[in-house]
Design a protein around this ligand. Structure first.
Ligand code: DGY
Length: 314
């Protein structure tokens, strides 16, 4: 197998894990850690916090690939890349289980007041067992609504079987238990979001949707923050339209909507969905392997968008 030419310039954004750098070095490349001035750069290995838009791409005179170390690619202007013949790749599959596990952790934490309880004990407020102390919601046997039953949504549904939950699905894919979004919101005790962020899914859950949910319902978001209208969610949690929420992602990440942090019926995490050692290392390796492949002129297994992903070596 031919190695990519050493003179190819690969820009790697600070924060990409060493596992990814090792893959590039083993292929004879010399990754450059640096910013988003992409003049003279052949491939970019970037993070989901990097906005790859027209402004960045305008300076990219040799770029062949944007390899995102994430499954979501909403940080990248896919159309602008396609127009310039720049391929885009992501890291699907490898983070499915870690993200589904964290979704369930949030669901259980929000339903059973885990964070509230931890704070109470640490703060010295636990003065002894009482029958009414920290009462939460049952999970076992309840109804879980999966909005966007793709890889991660299905992995969450799989975990729900262990809790003998009834699962409803709403999304594009055909499934026997597929229902419309309104029906799902009205029937589910727990609603878990797994749609990618797009114009179509931005504010998919806003005031009308939150008002459809039962007052005890719990909303979980491990997808992308802007899928939920966060200001409406603050009102829903404060005024009791729904019971609780578990959020791993935020509309204006890392900032929170005013009032969100003050609420005790929401569990907040700093975008930890894929945050396990093995998963994050594998994400970095997959993204780096895509760089090596494209610079060798090979196809990549996970292209995103319309641009050609093979035979790009000039
Ligand atoms: C992704 O990959 O898109 C997640 O949000 C971070 O792992």
């Amino acid at each position: 197998m031919t190695e990519p030419r050493a003179e190819f310039r690969v820009r790697v954004r600070p924060g990409v894990l060493p596992a990814g750098l090792r893959v590039l070095e083993q292929a004879g490349l010399e990754p450059e850690l640096g910013g988003l001035d992409l003049r003279g750069v052949d491939a970019l290995l970037c993070l989901l916090t990097d906005r790859i838009d027209e402004r960045v791409l305008a300076g990219a005179d040799r770029l062949r690939l944007v390899a995102n170390m994430a499954v979501g690619t909403d940080n990248i202007d896919l159309e602008a890349c396609a127009r310039r013949g720049i391929a885009v790749s992501n890291t699907p599959d490898v983070l499915t289980d870690a993200t589904a596990d964290l979704t369930f952790a949030l669901l259980l934490a929000a339903a059973r007041r885990v964070v509230w309880g931890d704070r109470l004990v640490r703060g010295g407020g636990f003065t002894g067992w009482r029958p009414e102390l920290g009462i939460g919601a049952d999970v076992t046997g309840r109804t879980l609504g999966i909005v966007g039953p793709g890889r991660i949504g299905e992995a969450v549904a799989e975990r729900a079987q262990g809790f003998r939950m009834r699962v409803l699905r709403s999304g594009r894919r055909a499934a026997p238990d597929r229902v419309g979004l309104s029906e799902l919101l009205e029937q589910a005790d727990f609603v878990s979001l797994h749609v990618p962020l797009s114009e179509e899914t931005q504010h998919l859950i806003g005031e009308p949707e939150l008002r459809r949910m039962p007052t005890h319902a719990v909303l979980i978001n491990t997808a992308r923050g802007p899928v939920v209208d966060e200001r409406a969610l603050v009102r829903a949690l404060r005024e009791g339209w729904i019971g609780a929420a578990g959020l791993d992602v935020f509309e204006r990440e890392p900032r929170l909507a005013p009032g969100l942090a003050a609420l005790s019926n929401v569990v907040l995490l700093p975008h930890l969905g894929s945050a396990t050692v093995e998963t994050r290392n594998r994400m970095a390796e997959i993204a780096a392997r895509n760089v090596v492949r494209v610079l060798r002129g090979e196809s990549i297994p996970n292209p995103v968008g319309a641009a050609p992903a093979a035979g790009l070596v000039r």
